[in-house]
Design a protein around this ligand. Structure first.
Ligand code: MIC
Ligand code: SF4
Length: 652
């Protein structure tokens, strides 16, 4: 793609722009041209946010940077670690509440709802840019905004500086025609996309939805679609801002936030995917990957033991009302759990009468939060099948090692909950509309700077400052501590679920959880190797680090002495997190060299010259590697990580 001048409305005559180019050029720091895809760009960030499971570490880093007031609109949401069985979760929340007050950050307390959902309802405006410490931050693309997921350090940096550096994505058009037919929902659109693109095919891309079919989708339907762009490994996804956006904002008393935005006629894209919504049918992503998409019709009759409805993907009023409408007056046949996306959605359920309907159908209505999606309760029985409207079905994420999770739309979930087997809805569902409920009073706004100075930050005993990490030695010598396969997710590297209370304590989290579901001996082996002076090396296949943005999947391995990860291909957010914690990310130049390595091999890597040729010395045989880091990352790697580099270089 050729560069072009930074330009908005008045420059349109020069070159028709797609929507991504319009918003990114508007936000490019220092102006100039947008570069070719893959080249780094620095953009101004209008909003930055965290959630509690990533937020405490991001805040600890912000404190270590010496930041006293954040620059962009910033929010700390609490939605993940909600079990509060013991002091750790509530202490995390108290730390987040008080540090938010101190640094000028809006605080969203437990019970208000899921971060992405609340974000769309209350904060995101068309044309904004944002960065969130959660991979599903891309949900905001449904509002015609460009939002990226990132690790906690990058979000802390964006809060400190108001900027973010990211590779310029390739822009792919998704041309939608037709409209969703009865029984088919937005979830089926994104599952269709996953069946076309796969779980790694979105890397380095922004999916820009458009065409006449886009206009037929409501804002929450659009958000369901952009949300699960994370499962394709995409940088982000975006819809135009149009009449449907205006309607939604007006219903939430935010019409003043509306701004129409669309690609110019004749805008160019690197590729186009066409989907005819008229032709879509209900789809299912089968365990163990969101990318294993098949027709629901081919799995009818499979017995299930649990149904869960909710998550940031499918917990809008429309989602839950369609589920409730199908259930009304009938009784569920299996354990069925429901998590509304926000307090406003829960109140709309109550106002419309659907709350009573789902209770009377035997559904367990749980808290407005992530819940079972991140293994915070709601685990299915051993050996069972759980049908969920969530976005991830990675092995063991549900908390039950041998349970299988399949992903479906709310309507398929409802039909299946009634029969106890995978089923299709047999009737067409029209749910009752309910007036939007505005719940901004749930948010705690920060005091002005002079008052904030007096706020005392409350730190429970589990909130432990980040360890200091050494600079990178010239020669890495050590053992391949683990050889892994393809599609290793951050849930494999650093499980969440019952370990979420350890998020603020790196040592405990590393010792108890790192790779423990893959190899329970890993932490102890790695620690021993580290303490004997070894540099731990990990080897993996394709799409290494897929899934969440959790930086702990780099931070904890680093604490355990891992200094380099060598794989066939990395997922975007994880590779940035590795660099931030001083772990050298490398890829095999010849993917077949992967086969030559065995776990336990002694290896040497000369990393004195990160710009130059790096080879893996495997008992005398030299395997050529390629850097997965960019030019600007080298100084960070040499410093031992981003925080040390920031402290040494940032002028404030
Ligand atoms: C997830 O869905 O995996 C999470 C939990 O929301 C993560 C963030 C985290 O691990 O804290 C994500 O998607 O980034
Ligand atoms: Fe929460 Fe699940 Fe969404 Fe992650 S994917 S933010 S755990 S609801």
């Amino acid at each position: 793609m050729m560069g072009f001048f930074r330009s908005i409305e008045d420059d349109h005559c020069m070159k028709p722009l797609n929507l991504t180019e319009k918003i990114l050029s508007e936000h490019l720091t220092g102006g100039g041209e947008l570069p070719a895809a893959g080249e780094p760009i620095t953009i101004g960030i209008d909003q930055a946010f965290t959630q509690d499971a990533t937020g405490t570490m991001a805040m600890l880093q912000l404190e270590a940077m010496g930041v006293t007031r954040v620059k962009p609109l910033s929010v700390n949401f609490v939605d993940h670690s909600m079990m509060q069985s013991g002091f750790r979760n509530p202490d995390d929340h108290e730390y987040l509440r008080t540090i938010s007050k101190k640094l000028g950050i809006v605080f969203s307390p437990p019970g208000a709802g899921i971060c992405h959902f609340l974000n769309i309802e209350n904060f995101v405006k068309p044309g904004m840019t944002g960065l969130g410490a959660d991979s599903h931050t891309v949900n905001a693309g449904g509002m015609g905004a460009i939002y990226f997921g990132a690790g906690g350090y990058d979000v802390a940096l964006a809060m400190a500086t108001g900027e973010y550096r990211v590779p310029m994505p390739e822009v792919v058009k998704v041309h939608l025609t037709g409209s969703l037919q009865p029984g088919v929902q937005a979830m089926d659109v994104i599952l269709k996309m996953l069946s076309i693109v796969g779980v790694k095919g979105g890397k380095g891309k922004i999916f820009e939805y458009g065409g006449p079919g886009a206009a037929s989708l409501s804002l929450s339907e659009r958000a369901t679609i952009t949300n699960m762009g994370a499962e394709m490994g995409a940088s982000t996804s975006i819809f135009p801002s149009d009449e449907r956006t205006r309607e939604y904002l007006a219903s939430r008393q935010r019409e003043a936030d509306y701004r129409p935005l669309a690609a110019d006629e004749g805008a160019t894209y690197s590729d186009t995917i066409a989907i005819d919504l008229d032709q879509l049918e209900p789809l299912i992503a089968l365990y163990p990957s969101p990318g294993q998409v098949e027709r629901v019709a081919d799995h009818l009759g499979t017995k299930i033991q649990q149904v869960c409805v909710g998550s940031c993907t499918n917990s809008s009023y429309e989602n839950i009302a369609s589920f409730a409408e199908l259930l009304k007056g009938k009784r569920v046949a299996v354990d069925t759990l429901l998590y509304p996306g926000s307090r406003a959605v829960a109140v709309m359920m109550a106002n419309s009468g659907y709350l009573s309907d789902v209770f009377m159908s035997g559904v367990r209505v749980l808290e407005n939060g992530c819940g079972a999606c991140i293994g915070q309760g709601g685990s299915p029985p051993s050996g069972s099948i759980s049908l969920r409207t969530f976005n991830r079905n990675f092995p063991k994420r549900s908390g039950t090692p041998d349970a299988q999770v399949h992903l479906v739309s709310p309507l398929v979930a409802a039909a299946s909950a009634l029969t106890g087997e995978i089923s299709l809805p047999t009737e067409s569902v029209a749910f009752k509309p309910a007036p939007q409920v505005v719940d901004t009073q749930s948010f705690q706004l920060p005091p002005p700077a002079d008052e904030a100075e007096k706020v005392a930050i409350v730190r429970g005993p589990n909130i432990v400052p980040l360890p200091d990490f050494d600079p990178l030695p010239g020669q890495l010598e050590g053992e391949v501590l683990l050889k892994l396969g393809d599609n290793i997710s951050t849930d494999d590297i650093q499980p969440a679920g019952i370990y979420l209370p350890l998020r603020s304590n790196v040592k405990e989290y590393a010792m108890q959880a790192t790779f423990n579901l893959v190899d329970p001996t890993f932490s102890r082996r790695a620690l021993k190797h580290r303490d004997a002076g070894g540099h731990g090396i990990l080897v993996g296949g394709e799409n290494y680090g897929q899934g969440s943005s959790r930086e702990h999947a780099a931070l904890c391995p680093r604490w355990l002495g891992i200094r380099a990860v060598i794989v066939k291909q990395f997922a975007r957010i994880h590779v940035a997190n590795l660099v931030n914690f001083g772990i050298v990310p490398l890829t095999f130049r010849y993917p077949d060299d992967y086969e030559k390595i065995t776990q336990g091999d002694a290896v040497t890597l000369n990393v004195t010259n990160l710009e130059g040729e790096i080879t893996l010395d495997l008992g005398g045989e030299k395997l050529p590697l390629d850097p997965a880091y960019g030019a600007k990352d080298m100084a960070v790697l040499r410093a031992g990580g981003a925080l040390s580099h920031f402290k040494a270089t940032y002028q404030g």
